[in-house]
Design a protein around this ligand. Structure first.
Ligand SMILES: Cc1ncc(COP(=O)(O)O)c(C=O)c1O
Length: 479
C-alpha cells in the first residue's frame, strides 16, 4: 500500500514555525489586502476589520449547536436576523437564521420549499423549480442534493430573467420561482416584482437570491441610484438570502436566510427525537455552528451601521463609475448589461479577453473569467478606491499589449474551434488524452488557451470530466 504524502505529526511544532510556513505558502495567494483582487474578498478597511475581528475572537471556540448552553449567541443571531429583516422591509412575521454562506442559505430555502410542498401540495411527488440561467449554481447544488427537478430559462436581451419564459416553464409540479438581486455574472437585477407576482398568482413560493446584492443595494439606492424593489416590500416574495460575508463585510462564514413568516421557516428545521444522545433539533444545515461567525455577522452590522454602509456604498459606486468610464473609452471592450451595481463584466469581439486576463494577471490583478460568452468579471468593493487609477492605467496598457498579439490570438481561436469540432468526432481515448493535456495548471501564467478550450467545451460531458479531474487533483495532498 502506498503512503500518504504527509504523515500525522508526532511532535508539536512551534506556532512561530507554523506561522513562518503559512507566510511562505501565502506568497502564492492573491494579494487582496492591496486591493489587487476583484473577486472573493470584501474588505471594509483595516480599522473596521480590526473591530470585527475582536468580536469574532470573543466566541473563538464557542458552539451555537445547543442554544441553552450559549444563550448569548442565540441573542446575537436573532438580533442579526431581526436587523436584516428590518433592512429588507420585513414585517414582524419575517424571521430566519444566520448560516455559513450564500450556498447554505440557498440550500435551506430550497429544502424549505420542498418540505412546504410536501405538506401543502401533497399531490406533487417530484417537485420542480423554475430558475433563470443567470442564477447561482448553489441552486443546482440544492436540486442535486434534494432531488428536485428544475427548468433553466433563457434570460432576455438585457440579461435579466424573462418573465414569459418563466411562466411558460411552470408545470403542475412547480413549487418555487427564483430571481436574483442581482445575478452574479453581469450584476443585472431580475424583475423581482413580476416574478413574485407570477408566483403569487400561481400559488408558488418565490425566493430572492440577494446573496451578493443584499447588503449594498439598499445603500446604493439611498445614495440616489435607481434600484427596483427586490425584498419583502414586494408582494409574493416568500424567502430571501443575503450574505453578510460579502457586502456586509463580515469575515467568511456568514449569511442570512429569511422567510415571510414562521409557518414557512418551520420547514427549514431538522429534527430527530428518538436518539439515545438526546432530542436533536437543528435549525440549519450544519450540526456544530461556529459562534464566532454569528458574532462577527452581528458585529459587522452593528459596528459599521447604516451610515458606514452608506459611505462605503457611495465610495464603491464612484470607483465603479470610474472603472466603467475607462472600459467604455476602450474601443475593444463592451460592458455586459445595464446595472446600478458594483459588478462589471465585459466582453470583446475584437480581442481575446482571456489573453487580456493573462496580461492583467501578470500585472498582479485578479478577477473571474466567465464563459458563454467569454467575459471578465470584476466585483468592486470599498478597498478598490485605493487602486482604481492604477487599475485603469493597467487595463488600458494591457488592452494595447493584447492588440499587438492578434496573430497569437488567431492561433488560440483556431485551437479552440478545432477542439470543439474534434470533441464530437474523436474516439473516447483521444478525448481522455486531450483532457490530460488540458489539466488546469494553477502555476501556469498563460491560461488563455486553456480557458478558450474550456469555453469551447462548455456544457459538454467532456468539460464535466475535466472539472471533476481538476477538483480531485487539487484536493489531493502534495508533498
Ligand atoms: C448571487 C449569488 N448567490 C449565491 C452565491 C453563493 O454564495 P457563497 O459562495 O457564499 O456560498 C453567490 C456567490 O458569489 C452569489 O453571487
Amino acid at each position: 500500500m502506498s503512503k500518504q504524502q504527509h504523515t500525522f505529526p508526532n511532535k508539536s511544532t512551534s506556532v512561530h514555525e507554523l506561522l513562518d510556513t503559512i507566510k511562505s505558502k501565502r506568497t502564492k495567494d492573491i494579494d487582496w489586502r492591496k486591493g489587487r483582487a476583484f473577486c472573493l474578498i470584501y474588505h471594509p478597511g483595516d480599522e473596521r476589520e480590526e473591530g470585527i475581528k475582536q468580536i469574532f475572537n470573543q466566541y473563538y471556540a464557542d458552539n451555537a449547536l445547543n442554544p441553552t448552553a450559549t444563550p448569548s449567541i442565540v441573542e446575537l443571531e436573532t438580533e442579526t436576523v431581526s436587523m436584516c429583516a428590518d433592512l429588507f422591509h420585513g414585517d414582524e412575521q419575517v424571521c430566519g437564521n444566520v448560516t455559513t454562506g450564500g450556498t447554505e442559505s440557498i440550500l435551506l430555502a430550497v429544502k424549505t420549499a420542498r418540505d412546504w410542498a410536501k405538506q401543502h401540495r401533497p399531490h406533487i411527488t417530484q417537485p420542480h423549480v423554475v430558475i433563470p440561467e443567470s442564477a447561482h449554481p448553489a441552486f443546482m447544488k440544492a436540486f442535486h442534493y434534494f432531488n428536485i427537478d428544475f427548468t433553466v430559462t433563457k434570460t432576455g436581451k438585457d440579461f435579466s430573467a424573462d418573465i414569459a419564459a418563466t411562466e411558460a416553464a411552470i408545470a403542475s409540479n412547480t413549487i418555487l420561482l427564483v430571481g436574483s438581486a442581482p445575478a452574479y455574472p453581469y450584476g443585472v437585477m431580475d424583475p423581482i416584482v413580476e416574478i413574485a407576482a407570477l408566483a403569487k398568482r400561481k400559488n408558488l413560493l418565490c425566493h430572492v437570491d440577494a446573496c451578493i446584492g443584499g447588503f449594498i443595494l439598499p445603500f446604493i439606492k439611498e445614495a440616489g441610484y435607481e434600484i427596483p424593489p427586490f425584498d419583502f416590500e414586494v408582494d409574493g416574495v416568500t424567502s430571501l438570502s443575503a450574505d453578510v460575508h460579502k457586502y456586509g463585510y463580515a469575515p467568511k462564514g456568514a449569511s442570512v436566510v429569511l422567510y415571510k413568516n414562521h409557518e414557512l421557516r418551520r420547514f427549514q428545521f431538522s429534527l430527530y427525537t428518538k436518539w439515545a444522545g438526546g432530542i436533536y433539533g437543528s435549525p440549519t444545515m450544519t450540526g456544530t455552528r461556529a459562534g464566532s461567525n454569528i458574532a462577527a455577522a452581528w458585529g459587522a452590522l452593528r459596528s459599521i451601521g447604516r451610515e458606514g454602509y452608506l459611505e462605503m456604498a457611495k465610495t464603491t459606486m464612484d470607483t465603479t463609475e470610474r472603472i466603467k468610464k475607462a472600459i467604455r473609452s476602450i474601443d475593444e471592450l463592451e460592458i455586459m448589461g445595464e446595472t446600478n451595481m458594483c459588478i462589471v463584466a465585459f466582453k470583446s469581439s475584437k480581442i481575446d479577453v482571456f489573453m487580456l486576463a493573462d496580461v492583467l494577471n501578470k500585472k498582479g490583478w485578479h478577477f473571474e473569467r466567465q464563459q458563454l460568452p467569454p467575459t471578465l468579471h470584476f466585483t468592486i468593493n470599498y478597498i478598490h478606491k485605493d487602486v482604481v487609477d492604477e487599475f485603469v492605467d493597467d487595463l488600458k496598457t494591457s488592452v494595447a499589449e493584447v492588440r499587438e498579439k492578434r496573430l497569437q490570438q488567431m492561433g488560440n481561436k483556431l485551437q479552440s474551434s478545432l477542439v470543439k469540432g474534434l470533441s464530437s468526432l474523436l474516439p473516447e481515448g483521444t478525448i481522455a488524452k486531450l483532457q490530460q493535456n488540458s489539466k488546469p495548471d494553477l502555476d501556469n501564467e498563460n491560461k488563455a488557451a486553456m480557458y478558450g478550450m474550456m469555453g469551447a467545451l462548455a456544457g459538454t460531458g467532456d468539460l464535466d470530466k475535466i472539472v471533476l479531474d481538476f477538483l480531485d487533483t487539487i484536493y489531493t495532498a502534495k508533498s
